[in-house]
Design a protein around this ligand. Structure first.
Ligand SMILES: Cc1cc2nc3c(=O)[nH]c(=O)nc-3n(C[C@H](O)[C@H](O)[C@H](O)COP(=O)(O)OP(=O)(O)OC[C@H]3O[C@@H](n4cnc5c(N)ncnc54)[C@H](O)[C@@H]3O)c2cc1C
Length: 317
C-alpha cells in the first residue's frame, strides 16, 4: 500500500505541467499566482522555506499595500495563500538537474522527475555572511544585509558597513542619509569599489573608514550594541559601539543547476531580456537570480508576474 505522500508524488510525476517554477520566494509565488490565474497547470518546487529570503525580514516597510509594515514571514504567507487559493501546486523538494528541450523540459528533483512545457527559474540568491558569533542571533535586530530595506530605521544612529566593493560603498552612501555616522570596515587598506564611488564616499563627512580590520564578534543585549574588531596587521582587538551593522560582502546566486545550460553573467546570475526570457525559448528567470536585479521583494514579485505573462504568451503559440 502506498502512503498519502507517495501517492501524491506518483500523481504529480505522471503529469506534464505547462509551467514548473523553481523557488518559492516572492518571485516564484507571484509567478505561480499569475500562471494559475491564466489556467496554466503549474507546479512550484521549493527546497526550503515558502516565502524565500523575505521570511528572514523582521519587518518589511517598503512593500506596497502595508502602510504599517508587515513581518517578512507574514508577507510570504499571504502571497503563498493567494497563489494556492488560485490552484498553485507546491512540492517541497530540491531541483537538482534540468534538461531543457523544445517544449519538453525535464526537471529532476530530490523527490523525482517532472516534465514541463516551460520553466520559470526563481531560485534567488543568498547574501554572504561574515560567519562570526552574534551574526545570526542579531539578524533583524541590528544586523542587516540590505540598506534600502533597513536604513531608514536607524535615523541619527552610528552604523557600520562591512566590505570594500561597490555594494559596500553604495550601501554606506545610502545609509549616510539617515545615520549620524557610518564606519566602513574593510579588511584591506585599499577599496575594490570603483573610483567614482570612492570619491563620493571620501567627500561625505559622515563616512569614515576603518582599514585593515575584520569583525570577530557582534555583541548586544536584545539588539546590537557593539562590534569586536581585529586589526589584520597587528592583531589588536578594539570595540566599536553602534546601533547597526550592514554586511555587504556579496551574494551567491542559486544558479549551479544552470551552468553550461544558460548564459550566466560573471557573478553567476542569469541573463534575461526585458520580458524575463533567457536565451533558451520557454525558459524564464525572475527575481534576485537575474542579472542586475534590484534585490527587493517587490521587484522580485514584479519579475515573477512578467515571467508568468511571458510564459503564457510562449505557450499560446
Ligand atoms: C534579512 C533580510 C531582510 C530583507 N528585507 C527586505 C525588505 O525589507 N524589503 C525588501 O523589499 N526586500 C528585503 N529583502 C530582500 C528580499 O527578501 C529578496 O529580494 C526577495 O526575497 C527575492 O525574492 P526571490 O523570489 O527572487 O528569491 P528568494 O526570496 O531568495 O527565493 C528563492 C527561493 O528559491 C529556493 N531555491 C533555491 N534553489 C532551489 C532549488 N534548487 N530547488 C528548489 N528551491 C530552490 C530557495 O530556498 C528560496 O526559498 C530582505 C532579505 C533578507 C535576507
Amino acid at each position: 500500500m502506498t502512503s498519502g505522500r507517495a501517492q501524491l508524488l506518483i500523481e504529480i510525476m505522471s503529469k506534464n505541467y505547462q509551467v514548473v517554477i523553481i523557488g518559492g520566494g516572492p518571485a516564484g509565488l507571484t509567478a505561480g499566482l499569475y500562471c494559475t490565474r491564466s489556467r496554466l497547470t503549474t507546479l512550484l518546487i521549493e527546497k526550503g522555506i515558502i516565502g524565500g529570503q523575505i521570511a528572514n525580514a523582521e519587518r518589511v516597510e517598503n512593500y506596497p499595500g502595508f502602510p504599517q509594515g508587515i513581518s517578512g514571514i507574514e508577507l510570504g504567507r499571504l502571497i503563498y495563500e493567494q497563489a494556492v487559493k488560485n490552484g498553485l501546486e507546491i512540492l517541497l523538494a530540491e531541483a537538482i538537474k534540468s534538461v531543457p528541450g523544445q517544449r519538453h523540459n525535464l526537471v529532476s528533483t530530490s523527490e523525482g522527475d517532472f516534465t514541463a512545457d516551460s520553466i520559470i527559474i526563481a531560485s534567488g540568491s543568498q547574501f554572504r555572511k561574515l560567519g562570526v558569533p552574534g551574526e545570526d542571533e542579531f539578524v533583524g535586530k541590528g544586523v542587516s544585509y540590505c540598506a534600502i530595506c533597513d536604513g531608514p530605521l536607524f535615523k541619527g544612529k552610528t552604523l557600520a558597513v562591512v566590505g570594500g566593493g561597490d555594494a559596500a560603498i553604495t550601501e554606506a552612501l545610502y545609509l549616510s542619509r539617515f545615520a549620524s555616522s557610518v564606519k566602513v570596515i574593510h579588511r584591506r587598506s585599499l577599496l575594490r569599489a570603483s573610483k567614482i564611488f570612492q570619491e563620493k564616499a571620501a567627500a561625505e563627512p559622515r563616512i569614515e573608514f576603518i582599514w585593515d580590520s575584520v569583525v570577530t564578534q557582534i555583541e548586544g543585549d536584545g539588539v546590537v550594541k557593539q562590534l569586536r574588531l581585529k586589526n589584520t596587521r597587528n592583531a589588536k582587538i578594539s570595540v566599536l559601539e553602534l546601533a547597526g551593522v550592514f554586511v555587504a560582502i556579496g551574494a551567491e546566486p542559486s544558479s549551479a543547476l544552470w551552468q553550461g545550460l544558460l548564459p550566466l553573467d560573471e557573478g553567476g546570475y542569469i541573463n534575461t531580456d526585458e520580458v524575463m526570457e533567457t536565451q533558451v525559448p520557454g525558459i524564464f528567470a525572475a527575481g534576485d537570480i537575474r542579472h542586475n536585479s534590484a534585490r527587493q521583494a517587490i521587484t522580485a514579485a514584479g519579475d515573477g508576474a512578467t515571467a508568468a505573462i511571458s510564459a503564457e504568451r510562449f505557450l499560446s503559440f
